[in-house]
Design a protein around this ligand. Structure first.
Ligand SMILES: CC(=O)SCCNC(=O)CCNC(=O)[C@H](O)C(C)(C)COP(=O)(O)OP(=O)(O)OC[C@H]1O[C@@H](n2cnc3c(N)ncnc32)[C@H](O)[C@@H]1OP(=O)(O)O
Ligand SMILES: O=CC(=O)O
Ligand SMILES: [Mg+2]
Length: 714
């Protein structure tokens, strides 16, 4: 049991309290006693409301479960189903015509189109890299990935053959994006001679080269004949640097493992560091120690000789956790744990208040109105009443921190079925602070399975991608967003590319996100951001948004993806189970035993896939669904888990800190994985957090016992 210190009616982890009082409150001139008193008052109001919303989720779910159970074996009656959903309040009336009223939004969010990067907050090295991913080297991205269709680089230094292919691809990009009045960029021997077909694309000179703009995004063509690349290039071009991640989501949610005060404090500390602008991280790379810090702005000399600056960093959002979890970092007066989403809202906003007040080194939010915003992404909200709760909570946080109304903006993850089905009403509930709707299709798939758990066995996981509900969900998100005036005021975003090593495939497929009307879409890494930026040069999203088709209705959206037949062969069943079990175990072992919330886990074909809590929700719910409906037996599931545990052990054999799972009855990770599947049907909305947190806390305890009091895994 951790020690606590008393603050107003709350009991607070002492180290967290000291951090808040020393580093968060003084810069914003908040008196500590006043802060704790108002925090306690806010909790007294919002914690019970939060609990009631969770009870409502459970009540709706049990009514839906019962409805399906009562109709087992009967054909699905679409209209009866929708009437029922209306009767129980799962579906609500749409709010009618309205336009969002959000103000003081940075251009990167409101009027520009470009990639959105996501980064786990607990990894400072990645976090700094992500914030700096506003600019990325196209040459590095092409040289190092399969986005370039050329033989792979030979090991041992610079491979000039591959380098030549990169240069040639770079020239193609320049011809496409910045066409010359005549001829090709390949013909130039001196960039100063470049005469653009549209001279308005030229912006000025930078430290190393010439700056252009196309579709609102900048391109820095750098010239340096002393570099290995520049010396082989006709015009001395050493790199083409693209404006890449316009925005980055700093994630406190599904890509991190944060289960107690210590983890949460690190999360808040890293957020404070990037907001204040002084976060630094030293690490070993390529045999030497590097120190990474935030990049400064890019200096530009305009054609008339005046000096200007472009932002050197992504505009940062912070993704708070949803309404479900609680955390032992703070206890309420009745001894219960604080709702974690409320703690995140208060503390991440208090940190960002330094930015709003203009006390930070660079400034995260700097809209043209001069009134800065705090950008919070709110995940996993179920329907309009939960969005209204968030709106009220943010009002209360603003009052607590003496912020103007609607300073705190919200990005709504459209990733739960009740939200997709009532999206207009959800937007309405946060209409004066909304800055994005993003289709989190991974969580959304997990919720699709869990909501209709009793309806029958689901189609195979790969088939979900072409299911009716998914197409309708994606199209409705854009259509409803446009209907309520998000274009030009807020982002309409699309989901993650979860295959960090398949950049060639991403280049072919992810342009579809723009064509379907999204002005941003998620990428897993800075390299992916730079490559995905090319798509925003190829297509003008704001023009495309004008010509989109009909918005699909509810019928398609609510089509349940149950399989039409279940006569899968033994081999197909095993393949499906193994695929799910491998991703699940490969992810869970690192979460529970190493505190890593996002991992690249090789699939059965050895392709590294990004796994996070949302992908875990899908695999665990899918296995639970097939087990529940007798498509597979408990023995088959266990057999798959055991075989895949051995495979995951093999994949981690080089890690000296890894504890094998196969054949170890005490393996905490394996027990966690089993729970996620065998107790899957009972998990709230199919979420994995409750079990992951419990098992991670157990793992921390075991290590602490072994190493002595006070020690922890991290
Ligand atoms: C459903 C959802 O909610 S999706 C949102 C949650 N998902 C995410 O946030 C994905 C974030 N991405 C990641 O965590 C990682 O890219 C992973 C785990 C997928 C792969 O990580 P790794 O195997 O370490 O990547 P890999 O070895 O290919 O590359 C590491 C390099 O790329 C950088 N990098 C990789 N991902 C990121 C990122 N998201 N942000 C910043 N830098 C990154 C690292 O800093 C490192 O470079 P460095 O050595 O100069 O520091
Ligand atoms: O948060 C994103 C998702 O796909 O889930
Ligand atoms: Mg999600």
């Amino acid at each position: 049991m951790p020690d606590y210190t008393n603050r107003a009616s709350l009991r607070v982890d002492p180290s967290l309290a000291a951090f808040i009082e020393a580093e968060i409150l003084p810069p914003i001139e908040q008196d500590a006693d006043v802060f704790w008193k108002s925090f306690a008052d806010l909790l007294a109001d919002f914690a019970p409301r939060n609990r009631a919303l969770l009870e409502r989720r459970e009540s709706l779910q049990s009514q839906i479960d019962a409805w399906h159970r009562e109709r087992k074996g009967q054909p699905h009656d679409t209209s009866a189903y929708q009437n029922f959903l209306r009767e129980i309040g799962y579906l609500v009336e749409e709010p009618g015509d309205f336009t969002i009223g959000t103000q003081n939004v940075d251009a990167e969010i409101a009027t520009m189109a470009g990639p959105q990067l996501v980064v786990p907050v607990l990894n400072a090295r990645f976090l700094l890299n992500a914030a700096n991913a506003r600019w990325g080297s196209l040459y590095d991205a092409l040289y190092g990935t399969d986005a370039l269709d050329a033989p792979p680089a030979k090991p041992g230094g610079y491979d000039q053959k591959r380098g030549d292919a990169v240069i040639s691809e770079g020239r193609k990009f320049l011809d496409e994006t910045l066409p010359l009045a005549s001829g090709s960029w390949s013909d130039l021997t001196d960039i100063a001679d470049a005469k653009l077909a549209d001279p308005g694309q030229y912006v000025g000179t930078t430290e190393r080269g010439f700056l252009y703009r196309h579709n609102g995004l900048h391109i820095d063509v750098q010239v340096d004949r002393t570099t290995p690349v520049g010396e082989t290039d006709r015009a001395g071009i050493s790199d083409i640097v693209l404006e890449s991640a316009l925005t980055t989501i700093v994630d406190l949610e599904d890509s991190v493992a944060a289960v107690d005060a210590k983890d949460k404090q690190l999360a808040y500390r890293n957020w404070l560091g990037v907001i204040r602008g002084d976060l630094e991280e030293s690490f070993e790379k390529g045999g030497r120690t590097m120190t990474r810090e935030l990049a400064g702005n890019k200096a530009v000399t305009l054609p008339d000789g005046t000096q200007a600056e472009l932002p050197g960093r992504s505009v940062l959002f912070v993704r708070n956790v949803g309404h479900l979890m609680t955390n032992p970092a703070i206890l309420l007066s009745d001894g219960s744990e604080i709702p974690e989403g409320i703690m995140d809202a208060v503390l991440t906003s208090a940190i960002s208040t330094q930015d709003v007040r203009g006390f930070t080194r660079y400034g995260n939010s700097r809209p043209s109105s001069g009134k800065a915003s705090i950008y919070i992404v709110k995940p996993k909200m179920h329907g309009p009443e939960e969005c209204a709760f968030t709106n009220d909570l943010f009002d209360a946080v603003e009052d607590m921190l003496a912020l103007d109304r609607h300073t705190i903006k919200v990005g709504v993850m459209d990733e739960e079925r009740r939200t997709s089905a009532n999206l207009g009403a959800c937007i309405h509930a946060v209409r004066d602070r909304i800055v994005f709707i993003n289709t989190g299709f991974l969580d959304r798939t997990g919720d699709e399975i869990h909501t209709s758990m009793e309806a029958g066995p689901m189609v195979r996981k790969a088939e979900m991608k072409s299911a009716d509900w998914l197409g309708a969900y994606e199209a409705r998100n854009v259509g409803i967003g446009l209907r309520h005036g998000l274009s030009g005021r807020a982002q309409i975003g699309k989901g993650m590319w979860p295959a960090p090593d398949l950049m060639g495939k991403m280049m072919t497929e992810k342009i579809g996100h723009l064509r379907s009307g999204a002005n941003t879409a998620w990428v897993p890494s800075p390299t992916a951001a730079t490559l995905h930026a090319i798509h925003y040069h190829r297509e003008n999203v704001f023009e495309l948004q004008q010509g989109l088709g009909e918005v699909p209705g509810l019928d398609k959206l609510l089509t349940i993806p149950v399989a039409t037949g279940t006569n899968w062969s033994e081999e197909e069943l095993r393949e499906e189970l193994d695929n799910n079990a491998q991703g699940l175990l490969g992810y869970v072992v690192r979460w529970v035993e190493h505190g890593v919330g996002c991992s690249k886990v090789p699939d059965l074909d050895d392709v590294g896939l990004m796994e996070d809590r949302a992908t875990l929700r899908i695999s665990s719910q899918h296995m639970a669904n097939w087990l529940h409906h007798g498509v597979v037996t408990r023995d088959q599931v266990m057999d798959s888990l055991q075989r895949m545990a051995a495979k995951v052990d093999e994949q981690n054999a080089d890690d000296p800190n890894y504890r094998p799972m196969a054949g170890d009855p005490d393996s905490i990770a394996f027990k966690a994985a089993c729970d996620l599947v065998f107790k899957g049907t009972q998990q709230p909305s199919g979420y994995t957090e409750p079990l992951l947190h419990a098992w991670r806390q157990e793992a921390k305890k075991v290590v602490s016992l072994k190493r002595g009091p006070g020690s922890q895994i991290r």
